[in-house]
Design a protein around this ligand. Sequence first.
Ligand code: SF4
Length: 388
Amino acid sequence: MRISFSALETYKQCPKKYEYEHIERKRGPKGVASIFGTSVHSAMRFMFSRDPLFPTLEEVLAHFRESFSGSESVAEADKSRYQQSGERMIRIYYEKNPPWNFDVIDLESRFEVPLEDKKTGMTHTIAGSIDRIDKTGEGLFEIIDYKTSRKLPAQETVDANTQLAIYQLALEKKWPHIDPEHVTLALYFMKAGEKLVTRRTRQDLDRTREEIIDTIHSIEKRIEVKDFPAKPNPLCDWCSYKPICPAWRHLYRAQDKEAPPDDARPLIKEYFALKREVSEHEDRLQEIAYSINQYLDAQKLDRVFGDDGSITRSQQERTSWDTSKITSILEHTDFWKDILSPDDKKLKKLLPKLPVDLQEQLLADARIVKKFTMLKASTKNALPEDDA
Ligand code: SF4
């Protein structure tokens, strides 16, 4: 299968959107956020193209304005808001990072990475384009991707970013002599004016290959059974297929004044009213449980009786594992190949087979035991009428 990184992302975000876009090839109108992103990227490319000198800030801003305001599908109300935001981003970027301070070796570089599929023997291809590649020193390189719409994420999110790992695979394919240890991967968040940097090890890249192949298998299965479910998500408001999407059909029908009366509306109203009531009862139940626990503590009791039954308190335990500690304990042993990544089920199977010292180390260092108190109510133990 040949697939682009953005198509993979679309599939993970929503299989239905993938089907509309890449199987049925339905073309919806481009959203303003997408037009905006394209215009900012075009301005960034222009900023770093020398002819023979780098363009001035004013020239870059004019390039952005021309590209963005030339689009007729952007509503006037959105236009000035987005234009101001884009100009602000570009101005901050230019002032903080004047183009002459960088040794840019490639811009919007297109790539194709072959991926060997050991299960099927086939070779898949992942294609895309890298915003910018810089030389940062002798034998050192940085891959940069501009982000225009997102807030600054946590460093862990950047460390797990698949797109950057694919870019590194692409760089290796393009220039195999480059040492992967000498490549940094950067996401530049234009809104915040900040760059977040990460790296990938050989194992990380192998994992990325496996993840992509798993996603491709999942797509291939769905193609076979022709089943691409809609997966409503926070980006639906920017999805051009929303008006035809089954997940939103009922909402659009409800807005249609000519549609027949909808029998479900009173039921939905009642459902929400009951949910609210249940949640209020749950809050009150928790308050009462807290007070009963205090009473049991004060009276040194574990069981109390009332007109309707009895309530018994018991101690329970829930066990889970600290995955990073399991990795550090088992990673360098022969047993690691049996689990490869810590997972409760695999660990449960493996534990009895381990030497006693390893078992003890895992139980002592990696096991997390949470104790909690349960109150169990029973109607069988109501006080006899006479005794009440
Ligand atoms: S509107 Fe949401 S659920 Fe529907 S296709 Fe688009 S992303 Fe998927």
